[in-house]
Design a protein around this ligand. Structure first.
Ligand code: FAD
Ligand code: DLZ
Ligand code: SF4
Length: 520
C-alpha cells in the first residue's frame, strides 16, 4: 500500500469490475460513509473483441443488479451507464474524473482476473497522486501464485497432481488427511458415456429476464456483437438469487447424471446435464465453494440416486480444472498469449461466425453457440476446437472467437483452455498431447454423424468426412514436433505402416478440404 499523509478525512473510491460481483466480499460487511463504490460500462471492455450480444447484455444486467443490491444495503454507489454523457469509456479515465469531481483522496480496487486489466490498473495507480490499495476478490481457492509454487522445479504441470493437492488442502471429499473418500481419486473412466438414442435429458431451467433496455442502449452504439438474443426473455442468471436458483436446479435435476454424460453430445439438446453456472461463477455472483458444498450435501442426502462419480466429476471441474487454469494463466502470462508451438497460420473458416457448414457436428455446435452463447466442454474441445486445430488456424483467431462467443468467456479461463488445452499452442504445458480426433471419436460420443451430409466412415472420395483426412494430415505435417511424444508415437507407427498410395490419397483429400475450407 502506498500512503500519502493528508490532513483531510479519508474519502475512498472503490472500483468493482464486471466480473467482481461478490456480495459476500468483506468490503461489504461493514457500512462506511467515507466509501463510495463505482461500476462502469465502458468501451474498453465491450470492444476488445466481438462479444456475443448475450455476453454484453448479461454482464451489464448483472452489474446493474449488483449496484441495486448494494444501494439497497445503503452503500453509496456510482453506476456509469454505457451512454451516459459523462462516460469517458475507460476505467482509468472515469476513475480520474470521479476523483477530481468528488475529491476522493484514497482509491481501492480488487485484483483483476485478466492480465490486461491488471497491468492497466497497476500502471494507473502508480500514476495517482492519492493513496491506493488492492484487495483479493475472496473468490478462488488458490492464490494467483500458488500453482507456480506447487510445481516449482517440476517439468510437467499435471492437473491431476494439483487437483489432489487442492482436495487435500481444502479437505474436500476426503476421509483423512491423505485418503480420498471411497479410496479412489479419479472417476474419468465412468464419465464417458454416449447418450442413448431415445434418451430425453432434463429440460434446462432458463430465466425470463427483461434486458430490452440494455440491448436498446447497446444497439444505439457502434459496438460490434455476434449471436442473437431474445431481450425480453434473457435466459442467463443476472443476480445472486437466480445464480443460486440455477445451482439448486443443477443439484436436483442434473447432478445424478452429470458425470455419466458430461462428454456426450447431441443435436437435440444444448446443455444436457451440465450446470451452466460458469457465467454466475465467473462474475462471482456464485462462489466455487458454495457450488461444491451444495453438490456434496445433495449427494450425501441422495446417495442411492447419485453415485459418487457424478459428484467427483463436478468437484474435479471446479477445484481441479478451474483453479488449475487460473494458476497456469498467472504463471505463464504474458508469454502464453503469443504461444504458437505448431506454427499455425491459417484463417478461421467464415462459417464459424454463421454455422453455415454441411458438417453436422460443427453446424450444431456453432449454431447453438450463436443462439445461447453456450456450448459445453466437449463441444468446445472436440468439435470447434478439434476442427480449428486440424485446419491449422492461427491461435490468435481461435482465441478471438472463443473469447467473444461464450457468456462465460474471460481471458484467464478462455485462453488457457483454447490456446493451451484445445490448440496445443503451448507445446504441452496443459495437455500432454493434442486433442485431435477423426470422425470415430465424434461418432462414439455424439448423435451428430448419422444425419450428416458427410460420411463418417469414408476417409477419401466424395462426401468423405473432413475430420478423417485432416486428422492424418495433422499428424503428417507435425511429425517433426510430435513423433517423439510417447503418448503419440503409436499414431506414427500406424501412419508409417499405411500403404504409400493410401497416405497420398489421404493427404490429397486433406489438401483439397483445406483449400476449400470455407465451402465445407
Ligand atoms: P459444467 O460442465 O457444468 O462444469 C462445472 C464448472 O466447472 C463450470 O461452470 C466451470 O466453472 C468449471 N469447468 C469445467 N471445465 C473447465 C475447464 N476446462 N476449465 C475451467 N473451468 C472448467 N470456461 C469458462 O468458464 N470460460 C471460458 O471462456 C472457457 N473457454 C473454453 C474454451 C475451450 C476451447 C474449452 C475446451 C473450454 C473452455 N471453458 C471455458 C471450459 C468449459 O468448457 C466451461 O467452463 C463449461 O463448458 C461451462 O459450462 P458449465 O457451467 O455448464 O460447466
Ligand atoms: C465482459 C465485460 C464487458 C462486455 N463489459 C464490461 C464493462 O463494461 N465493464 C466492466 O467492468 N466489465 C465488463 N466486462 C467484464 C470485464 O471484461 C472484466 O471485468 C475485466 O476484464 C476483468 O477481468
Ligand atoms: Fe462431423 Fe464428420 Fe460426423 Fe459429419 S460425419 S457429423 S462432419 S464427424
Amino acid at each position: 500500500m502506498e500512503t500519502k499523509k493528508s490532513t483531510h478525512p479519508v474519502k475512498t473510491l472503490r472500483l468493482i469490475l464486471g466480473d467482481q460481483l461478490n456480495g459476500n466480499h468483506s468490503w461489504f460487511k461493514t457500512m462506511d460513509d467515507s466509501v463510495t463504490y463505482v461500476l462502469m460500462e465502458v468501451r474498453t471492455e465491450t470492444d476488445y473483441v466481438w462479444h456475443h450480444i448475450q455476453k454484453v447484455a448479461g454482464f451489464f444486467a448483472a452489474m446493474q443488479n449488483f449496484a441495486k443490491e448494494l444501494r439497497n444495503q445503503n452503500h453509496d454507489v456510482f453506476y456509469i451507464y454505457l451512454n451516459d454523457e459523462n462516460n469517458l469509456q475507460s476505467f482509468d479515465k472515469n476513475i480520474s474524473a470521479l476523483i477530481e469531481k468528488h475529491q476522493f483522496n484514497h482509491f481501492e480496487y480488487l485484483l483483476p482476473d485478466e492480465y490486461r486489466v491488471d497491468q492497466n490498473l497497476r500502471k494507473y495507480v502508480e500514476s495517482l497522486s492519492i493513496s491506493h490499495q488492492v484487495y483479493d476478490t475472496e473468490h478462488f481457492f488458490a492464490k494467483r501464485e500458488e500453482l507456480g509454487n506447487f510445481f516449482k522445479g517440476k517439468k510437467a504441470f499435471l492437473m491431476e497432481s494439483f487437483y489432489r493437492y487442492m482436495r487435500k488442502k481444502h479437505h474436500i471429499l476426503m476421509q483423512s488427511e491423505d485418503e480420498p473418500l471411497t479410496g479412489q481419486w479419479n472417476y474419468d473412466g465412468d464419465n464417458r458415456k454416449k447418450l442413448p438414442a431415445k434418451h430425453k435429458a432434463t429440460t434446462p431451467l432458463i430465466f425470463n429476464n427483461d434486458v430490452s433496455q440494455i440491448v436498446a442502449e447497446i444497439r444505439k452504439t457502434d459496438i460490434k456483437t455476434i449471436g442473437i438474443i431474445d431481450p425480453e426473455n434473457f435466459l442467463w442468471p443476472v443476480n445472486r438469487k437466480q445464480a443460486l436458483t440455477l445451482l439448486e436446479f443443477f443439484v436436483h435435476e442434473c447432478l445424478p447424471l452429470f458425470g455419466t454424460y458430461q462428454d456426450a453430445m447431441t443435436p437435440h439438446e444444448w446443455s444436457l446435464y451440465h450446470s451452466r453456472i460458469s457465467f454466475a461463477m465467473n462474475t462471482k455472483m456464485l462462489s466455487p465453494l458454495e457450488a461444491i458444498d451444495r453438490a456434496t450435501d445433495e449427494w450425501k442426502n441422495r446417495q442411492t440416486e447419485i453415485s459418487f462419480n457424478q459428484l467427483e466429476g463436478f468437484v474435479r471441474q471446479i477445484i481441479g480444472w478451474r483453479e488449475y487454469m487460473r494458476g497456469i494463466y498467472w504463471l505463464k502470462m504474458p508469454e502464453f498469449k503469443s504461444y504458437n508451438f505448431l506454427d499455425h497460420q491459417n484463417k478461421l473458416p467464415d462459417w464459424y461466425w454463421t454455422g453455415k457448414t454441411r458438417m453436422n457436428c460443427l453446424k450444431h455446435a456453432i449454431l447453438q453457440s450463436l443462439n445461447f452463447a453456450y456450448a459445453h466442454h466437449i463441444q468446445r474441445l472436440m468439435i470447434t476446437g478439434n476442427f480449428a486445430l486440424l485446419a491449422g488456424v492461427h491461435p490468435d483467431a481461435v482465441d478471438q472467437w472463443y473469447l467473444g462467443i461464450y457468456i462465460d468467456a474471460l481471458q484467464w479461463v478462455e485462453i488457457t483452455n483454447t490456446r493451451g488445452m484445445s490448440q496445443f499452442a503451448d507445446g504441452g504445458i496443459i495437455g500432454t498431447k493434442p486433442y485431435v480426433s477423426s470422425a470415430t471419436y465424434i461418432d462414439k460420443m455424439s448423435l451428430y454423424c448419422n444425419s450428416c451430409y458427410y460420411n463418417k466412415s469414408k476417409k477419401t472420395g466424395e462426401k468423405a468426412c473432413p475430420f478423417n483426412s485432416l486428422y492424418w494430415n495433422f499428424y503428417d505435417r507435425h511429425q517433426a514436433k510430435l513423433a517423439k511424444n510417447p503418448r503419440i508415437g503409436m499414431m506414427y507407427n500406424i501412419w508409417n505402416k499405411m500403404q504409400p498410395e493410401a497416405r497420398t490419397e489421404l493427404l490429397k483429400q486433406a489438401a483439397y478440404y483445406l483449400k476449400n475450407v470455407d465451402q465445407l
